[in-house]
Design a protein around this ligand. Structure first.
Ligand code: CP
Length: 323
């Protein structure tokens, strides 16, 4: 594997899930693969789970790991060509990327949506430059539009806890005080549509996700109806994807105080099939989900986060095998 961005990059999902379980059985059995190999993890944005789980996965494989927080100690980077660099940015990404590539064997990059220009975000301008100029395999650690390591971990968690062959999985929008990107819901939708689940998306009108990720999904604007009979509830906020009105891209469409009936609580969970609750974390309690649900016996948020180590290890293992 040279690029890890979309569900198609992982190939057959059944094989990937079986490999994840093999990793879980003994995560240290491939230490020889990473010997004298270096993973460089580059963060343009904050992280807890991705940072720790990916480092751990690389160490499980015997790799050396370098973590760079671009905004803490590195030169401030210009990303646009043609700019006269007389401001506060001392280095251009076009030099920085091949230099970074020269110090490692595999690169992971986190670079969120900037919300300045929908086209720039949806064309993945930053990550595409890493793919083009680093000379290394690149895996996405949450980009402007996707978070595949999270979606893979989510799928592993669903597979481990499902009680029926084809569970009903509902992804619900939930309120949040700030504008958040669409990367997590985009990837979750993409991966669920590729998996053998009954997938339903529910959100207020105006938050329609990009068809490249949700085409084929059932969209239900009535949250209570969507939750009926659900086996898994996946909560997430996202800002307006700008599909129907590009000018609204990245906006929070309504004052969140008026949207609090979308917060996942016992009221909605009562109509599910005793659903498990999932969230990628970090989560704002009593905005996205009430305390009792996230702390309750059906919450899977901690095993879900733990599976981030497993999804990252499968991806790194496959990249090492292809070097
Ligand atoms: N879920 C997730 O990616 O968490 P972090 O932002 O803490 O890495």
């Amino acid at each position: 594997m040279k690029i890890f961005q979309h569900v198609s990059d992982i190939g057959d999902l059944g094989a990937a899930l079986a490999e994840a379980q093999e990793v879980k059985r003994d995560r240290f059995q491939w230490q020889h693969l990473g010997r004298n190999k270096t993973a460089l993890l580059i963060f343009f944005n904050n992280s807890l789970r991705t940072r720790l789980s990916t480092q751990k996965a690389a160490m499980n494989l015997g790799m050396n790991v370098i973590v760079l927080d671009v905004n803490q100690g590195a030169w401030k980077l210009e990303t646009e060509r043609g700019v006269i660099m007389d401001g506060d940015k001392s280095e251009h990404l076009l030099e920085a990327i091949p230099v970074m590539g020269s110090y490692c064997d595999i690169i992971g990059v986190r670079s969120f949506a900037r919300f300045e220009n929908r086209q720039d975000d949806y064309e993945e301008r930053i990550l595409q430059q890493f793919i083009r100029y680093s000379g290394r395999p690149v895996f996405f650690m949450e980009s402007a539009t996707v978070h595949p390591l999270q979606a893979f971990a989510d799928l592993i968690t669903i597979e481990e806890h499902k009680a029926t062959a084809r569970p009903k999985v509902v992804m619900t929008w939930a309120p949040h005080p700030k504008a958040l990107p669409q990367a997590v819901p985009n990837s979750f939708a993409e991966w669920m549509l590729a998996a053998d689940v009954d997938f339903v998306v529910t959100h207020p009108e105006g938050y329609e996700l990009d068809p490249q990720f949700v085409a084929g999904a059932r969209v239900e604007y009535d949250q209570m109806r969507a939750f009926e009979g659900a086996d898994f509830v996946y909560a997430k906020n996202w800002s307006c994807p700008g599909v129907t009105r590009p000018a609204d891209y990245g906006r929070v469409l309504d004052d969140y105080h008026t949207m609090m009936d979308w917060t996942v609580s016992a009221r909605q969970m009562a109509v599910t099939n005793d659903a498990h609750f999932l969230h990628c974390l970090p989560v704002r309690r009593n905005m996205i989900v009430t305390d009792d649900i996230i702390e309750g016996p059906r919450s899977l948020v901690i095993p879900e986060a733990a599976n981030r180590e497993i999804s990252a290890q499968v991806v790194l293992k496959r990249m090492l095998e292809a070097l």
